[in-house]
Design a protein around this ligand. Structure first.
Ligand code: FO1
Length: 324
């Protein structure tokens, strides 16, 4: 079914993780009427640090949609102050994962609410309302799912691989520990059922999108859904726009190319967006392809890409796979 062009308020669901995901989410929010976007976010990166529940991808999306993000680092708060981190160093506390003072308040509050028994979905909804965000932001599930990175130096929890070891060990494989016990929350289910379009943001396919698809039922839900599903390649000109996606592809024995992303996610997609830098690959894309500028440097470029995706999706047909 093509995106309902007449719908005054198309409901768009974006799947996101990492900085690229948060950037396009901000573009979609700017391009759409208020409250018509739901962002479903990877929580495989979540971990406990300083005794607090840290949800890096949820927070990157929150801060970007609230326009409180730090554009230089890609994560954390703009105009951050680092007093607590400095004092932690004085007391020989862990400082490899840098939590700023403004950011810390959010982790403290989230941890407090989770300990009171609220779900991560409820906590995230409270936080986004308090930050004045009109879009819904949903964790991919409420149960803990933790990305474990199998490397040539042994198994590493995701943040230890990504931040502490700066992605240096060679990637052998990934596991999403706990995924088998995770469930689609009623909020995620409702968002997917009500969507007119599902966008896979330009996020790392292995560590941002795969954890979301590892939630039992998620991938089948997408395959059987009759709304257009469009992915934006996070690989441009053989390089990841940010982060280790290209390095990971090579270590897994793949070519770092948008076509590898397509190969990885293709069974759930109806359309694929690549950058002008990869225009020569358009003929090899087995789905309808949009070639456009996918580099997002500021809000106008994020919004422009979002409008291009919405226009592209309006002419797409979805071919749902029948349930087994
Ligand atoms: N990324 C870093 O590279 N170094 C950090 O010290 C760091 C701290 C940090 C604190 C809070 C937060 O929400 C995110 C933070 N990130 C940091 C980013 C984050 O760990 C990764 O970008 C994601 O997990 C990958 O998507």
């Amino acid at each position: 079914m093509a995106l309902n062009k007449k719908a005054a308020k198309p409901r768009v669901v974006a799947l996101a993780g990492g900085v690229g995901g948060a950037k396009l989410a901000a573009g979609l929010q700017a391009a759409l009427p208020p409250a018509s976007l739901t962002v479903i976010v990877n929580t495989g990166d979540d971990f406990e640090h300083w005794g607090l529940n840290i949800c890096p991808d949820l927070d990157t999306v929150l801060y970007n949609l609230a326009d409180k993000h730090n554009p230089e680092m890609g994560w954390g708060r703009r105009d951050e102050v680092w007093t607590v981190l400095g004092e932690m160093e004085r007391y020989a506390g862990d400082s490899w994962f840098r939590i700023g003072d403004r950011d810390l308040a959010l982790h403290l509050r989230r941890t407090e609410w989770l300990r009171m028994g609220m779900s991560l979905t409820e906590v995230t909804d409270r936080l986004r309302r308090m930050l004045g965000v009109s879009s819904a932001i949903l964790p991919m599930c409420d149960e803990p799912v933790r990305t474990l990175v199998h490397t040539d130096e042994g198994d590493l929890p995701f943040q230890h691989y990504f931040v502490r070891r700066r992605c240096e060990p060679a990637l052998l494989d990934l596991s999403f520990v706990g995924a088998e016990s995770a469930t689609l929350s009623s909020e995620v289910r409702k968002a997917l059922l009500g969507a007119d379009l599902i966008v896979f943001c330009p996020s790392n396919p292995y560590v941002s999108i795969d954890p979301i698809l590892s939630v039992p039922g998620f991938r089948d839900f997408l395959r059987q859904s009759s709304v257009p599903k469009v992915a934006v390649s996070p690989i441009v000109g053989g390089q990841a726009l940010k982060g280790p996606a290209a390095k990971m592809m090579r270590e897994l024995g793949e070519v770092s190319s948008p076509l590898t992303v397509l190969d990885h996610l293709g069974d759930v997609l109806d359309g694929f967006v690549i950058d002008h830098a990869d225009a020569a690959l358009a003929d090899a894309v087995i789905l309808p392809a949009l070639v456009t500028d996918t580099i997002m440097t500021d809000l106008p470029s994020k919004e422009r890409l979002a409008h291009a995706i919405l226009a592209f999706a309006a002419n797409l047909q979805s071919s749902p796979v029948a349930a087994d």
